[in-house]
Structures are given as structure tokens and as C-alpha cells.
Unconditional design. Structure first.
Ligand code: ADP
Ligand code: MG
Length: 363
């Protein structure tokens, strides 16, 4: 296993990049810690596969160095890197049996027979493939085929890391959940570095200890699910994580408050207000819909808002409200009935108010 470091790595698929826009991956410094369970999360086209393929060696970055335990492997081909990679769609040999497919990565490296048998059995059991070991892969469904692909990634116990590139796309929601839990168990048992790529926040947040969020070729934040939820480092993380995402209100600082409309100023922690007052960029106040509070009456709280729409989601309701010309979403707890058109008093608890300057969190 290994600690995998990216030293000023960037990649452009165009032979002659002219501007930043020509880079699928902008320059990054990043480390995958040995034994970590990571999710790499971001919208389609943001560079996740590029970053993964640079890690495995399928893509050589146009700039920078990749280090495994301090050793420069930038020019080293994938087969020498000791990394297992599972792709979005099944990669296996149709003419081989399930057993032969699972054994292939080990036999190919000349592993002893007894070891191959033991590992194939263990992986088949983990993925519930024991019943079909003798069948030809060609005759199986997409889901089984993808399980075999995953098994081929998991069968070697000597790899530096296992990379999964949106591996559950072809798998139905319940099986997805089962397989994700299995991957967690495998991680706990074997301690491989796991990097799991997804564009689905639920998948990322339920799988990983650390989530790396990407947008437009950049790593915007690495953190635990809780850190990403409570302290988004960038407005992109605020609205990409959480459903719905964080509310953002353009504002300016007045004393110890953030003025969000001519009528409404939200009090800020003193140090935050002082820091923000010195900044010159565009300021926004950020708060999660679940962290705002609806006061008992319209006259209490920091401002009065008008409910526009109310969406009942079972244990809570999600209410779209207007504050002057601004719109925000508020989570209304069970037991509190809100009607469209109703006037509401809203509280912005200081501990949950964040400020962003040119989209970056003001610390
Ligand atoms: P993701 O996996 O997050 O969807 P990718 O890493 O596949 O993103 O792609 C990042 C960007 O690089 C996209 O704009 C994509 O069109 C471009 N890209 C990816 N692979 C290639 C390639 N082989 N040649 C040219 N452009 C590519
Ligand atoms: Mg991809």
C-alpha cells in the first residue's frame, strides 16, 4: 500500500493548451493517504476520471509529478503501479467462467494455486457470486458482470490502492446500497486505500471517510461529510452538497451585521464581521435550510418572510420563502404547519451563518 501524492499536477488533453480552459485538470497539490476511504465527487465532466486515470497511470499528466511513498511514478505504466481499477462498465472476458475471470488478475501474476483459490472464494463470497463460479460470463446480466468486474479489482490483496470509477451505474438502487456496504466492510477488513468516484452526493457521503469535491477541473474541498455540510469552503460545495443546497444571500457588512435587503440585517459573530469588513470582493451570506429556524410568530426572529410554496416531505416540510426580493429555502419541523402566503419570522442562528467572499469561505 502507499501514500499517493500529486505534486503540482495538471492535465490538458489538447496538445497545445492556450489558456486555463484547455485544462481538464487545473494544477493541484493533493495526497491520498495510505488506507483512506475516499469519495471523489463532482458533476459530470469536472475531471474525476482524468484524476483517477492519472493516479492509476492510464493518463500521464501534462504537468507535475505523481509520487507513491515519495517515489516518482509519473512515467510508470499502470501495470507497474500495483493499482486495481474498476470502470463504470464491466470489463471482463466473456468466454471465461466467473471463476476464471476472478482468478485472472492473480494467475496473470503467477500467484500460487492455493492462494488463488482462497482469494477467489473470499471475493465470491463477499459479492455473493459463489453460486455462479462455473458459469460463462457471457450469459450473465449487467449487474452480475459488474460484480465480477468489482471482484477482479478486489481479488489482489497486495495492491497500493483500488480505484472505482462510478462502478454502480448499471446496478439497481437496492443492490447499490448492498455493494457500497460491502465495500465499506472490505475497507475495514483489508485497509486498502479506496478511491470511489461518483457524481451522486448520497453515494459519496455514505461511502467515504473523506470526500474530495471537484468542480471544473479543480479540487474545491476535501473533508468529512460533516465538514462539507457545516463548513463548505466554497459556494459550489454549499449548493452541491445537501438537498436542497445552502442558501446564499448577497450582502454587505454594516457594523456587526450582514445587510441582505434594505430592511433586513442579520447579526454576525463579531470576529467574522470584522474580518469580512476588510475584504473587497462580492460577499454572500450562506446558511443551510435546516439551520434556519421558524419563530413562533411572524414578529419574532431576525426578519419576516413570506412563504411561497410548501413541500411536505414526511417528517419535515421544505418551504420556499421570500425576504424582500430574495428567496431562500427553510426546513420547517414536523408539527409546525405553514400555508403558502403566510408571514413567518425567521432566525439565523449565529453559529450557522457563513460568509463567502468571491465564493470562498471567510474563515
Ligand atoms: P468526469 O469523469 O468528471 O465526468 P472527465 O475526467 O472524464 O470528467 O473529463 C474532464 C474533461 O476532459 C471533460 O471536459 C471531457 O470532455 C474532457 N476529456 C476527457 N477525456 C478526454 C479525452 N480522452 N480527450 C479529450 N478530452 C477529454
Ligand atoms: Mg468519469
Amino acid at each position: 500500500m502507499a501514500r499517493i501524492e500529486f505534486d503540482d499536477v495538471a492535465h490538458s488533453y489538447s496538445g497545445r493548451p492556450q489558456s486555463e480552459a484547455d485544462y481538464a485538470l487545473k494544477p493541484i497539490a493533493h495526497t491520498w493517504d495510505d488506507g483512506g476511504a475516499y469519495a471523489l465527487l463532482g458533476p459530470s465532466g469536472c475531471g474525476k476520471t482524468t484524476l483517477l486515470n492519472i493516479t492509476s497511470g492510464l493518463v500521464t499528466p501534462s504537468q507535475g509529478r505523481v509520487l507513491f511513498d515519495g517515489e516518482d511514478v509519473t512515467a510508470m505504466p499502470p501495470e507497474k503501479r500495483n493499482i486495481a481499477q474498476v470502470f463504470q462498465f464491466p470489463v471482463l472476458y466473456d468466454t471465461m467462467t466467473v471463476e476464471e475471470n476472478l482468478a485472472f488478475p492473480l494467475r496473470n501474476r503467477g500467484a500460487p494455486k492455493a492462494h488463488v483459490r482462497k482469494r477467489v472464494r473470499a471475493v465470491a463470497e463477499m459479492l455473493e457470486l459463489e453460486g455462479m463460479l462455473g458459469r460463462k460470463a457471457a450469459n450473465l446480466g449487467a449487474e452480475e458482470k459488474q460484480k465480477i468486474s468489482m471482484g477482479r479489482g478486489l481479488v489482489r490483496d497486495d495492491v497500493a490502492a483500488i480505484l472505482f470509477d462510478e462502478p454502480l451505474t448499471v446496478i439497481d438502487p437496492h443492490m447499490k446500497w448492498v455493494l457500497r456496504r460491502k465495500l465499506r466492510q472490505i475497507h475495514a477488513e483489508f485497509g486498502h486505500t479506496l478511491i470511489y468516484v461518483t457524481h451522486d452526493q448520497t453515494e459519496a457521503l455514505t461511502f467515504a471517510d473523506k470526500v474530495v469535491v471537484m468542480d471544473d477541473g479543480r479540487l474545491v474541498q476535501t473533508g468529512t461529510p460533516q465538514e462539507l455540510f457545516e463548513n463548505p469552503a466554497h459556494t459550489f460545495v454549499g449548493y452541491f452538497i445537501g438537498s436542497p443546497g445552502m442558501n446564499f444571500l448577497p450582502c454587505r457588512i454594516e457594523g456587526e451585521a450582514a445587510r441582505v435587503t434594505p430592511e433586513v440585517a442579520i447579526p454576525l459573530p463579531e470576529t467574522l464581521a470584522r474580518r469580512a469588513a476588510r475584504l473587497s470582493g462580492a460577499l454572500e451570506l450562506g446558511i443551510r435550510p435546516s439551520r434556519m429556524e421558524v419563530a413562533p410568530t411572524a414578529d419574532e426572529g431576525h426578519c419576516t418572510a413570506t412563504a411561497e410554496t410548501v413541500e411536505d416531505l414526511g417528517s419535515y416540510a421544505l418551504c420556499l420563502v421570500t425576504i424582500g426580493s430574495r428567496r431562500v429555502r427553510v426546513r420547517v419541523p414536523e408539527g409546525r404547519r405553514v400555508q403558502p402566503g403566510e408571514r413567518l419570522g425567521l432566525r439565523f442562528p449565529q453559529e450557522w451563518v457563513r460568509l463567502y467572499c468571491d465564493n470562498e469561505l471567510v474563515e
